[in-house]
Write a protein that binds this ligand. Structure first.
Ligand SMILES: [Ca+2]
Ligand SMILES: [Ca+2]
Length: 109
């Protein structure tokens, strides 16, 4: 038997009014270690190609979406959840209260 778990998924469009050139600036500052993100959700939001790292490739991907050259992010939904999944396997006496933070890919501010 597999453990019951909750996984949040989204098929919302990649483009959002919240994702702007200013987000690109902030992500660039993170990549260049000028102003690194402290918050896990910002790193998650910045990883637009879903390779587990925040690099210049993510900037390219997000820029394409902002410019409407691309309608979706590669390998990742438009919204991610933090954590990605919650294990609901019940341990006796414990009540699992799932708590997710929903993260819009590309939006860090
Ligand atoms: Ca933003
Ligand atoms: Ca990445």
């Amino acid at each position: 038997m597999t453990n019951p778990e909750i996984i949040m998924e989204s098929d919302a469009p990649a483009l959002s009014p919240k994702v702007t050139a200013y987000d690109l600036v902030l992500i660039q500052k993170h990549i260049l270690a000028i102003e690194p993100f402290a918050e896990a959700y910002k790193k998650l939001a910045s990883d637009a190609n879903n390779d587990g790292k925040v690099t210049a490739f993510d900037l390219v991907v997000i820029k394409k979406v902002i410019l409407a050259l691309s309608s979706e992010f590669p390998n990742t939904p438009s919204y991610k959840s933090l954590p990605a999944r919650i294990d609901l396997f019940p341990s006796f006496g414990n009540v699992v209260t799932p708590e997710f933070t929903i993260v819009k890919v590309g939006n860090v501010n």
